[in-house]
Design a protein around this ligand. Sequence first.
Ligand code: AVJ
Length: 325
Amino acid sequence: MTAPVLEIHLSDADAAEALHHDVRVGLSADPKWLPPKWFYDARGSELFEQITTLPEYYPTRTERELLRRSAGEIAGQAHASTLVELGSGSSEKTRLLLDALTVTGSLQRFVPLDVSESALRAAMTTVAQEYPQLAVHGVVGDFTRHLELLPFDQTGRRLVVFLGGTIGNLLPSERARFLTALRAVLEPGELLLLGVGLVTDPAVVVPAYDDTAGVTAEFNRNVLHVLNRELGADFDVAAFDHVARWDAEREWIEMRLRASRAMTVWLPAVDMTVQFAAGEEIRTEVSGKFRREALKIELAGCGFADHAWWADPDDRFALVLTAAA
Ligand code: AVJ
């Protein structure tokens, strides 16, 4: 077994700079917002793992089942020597692809990229142990900023996987920028496998983001703990209520934190005082749901062609395999 390599492109100073910037912009905006990537400190990553086991949260198990059924077919079509995973987290479902690509005999290298160093280290250690023949090369980075730092594959082609519906956490303009940037670092014929949530009954989607056990609420509020710790802020975290709302027009679910009373919050590291009226909300996440035709057009517009599509019987989640044109 070759020792895994970990490259850190998001130094602590870098991450602090990015957080300061996002907080300055988002909390001075009206309405207030914060980017969802700041949920994922060690605690937030753990809470997310708990969410994936909740009865209401169908995306993870639906995607896992899809991967179980179609990984062989995907690996056969991809014939990749490098598997790159963006926003890899625990890489739990990715093993199904690692297995299938190992069986086809093409796979040499696994490159997980995540903002969470703790999640990445844990995932790399397990994968390196379970797949001793594989070179594991982790990258601590932000998939909206560090795509050009992904290692190139001299000997074969790369399959980039972006699972879990995480692409839905980007706003449409961010998504276009991301897909275009990704296309730019790929060679023609290199592949992208996307896991996307599909537009489905709000009575199914909303509970997935508002579970009865309150884990998602805790996950949502965790971003305020992150600001308290990283910026020396004094958010009274318990005074914010979790809100999940389906936006039928934009076809996304939104998570918000609602101030249960008027508050003034001091954020020393960014030298800001932020006022909240009672009932005022911060948007902390959008999670876009997709339709096949529109997604195909969007991908084509960003330079991706040849779509293969796998969806579950209830059409709640899909895997899309597409090639850099
Ligand atoms: C990071 C895309 C998997 O949007 O469904 C889970 C994060 N937010 N519950 C999603 C999340 C609330 C999640 N993904």
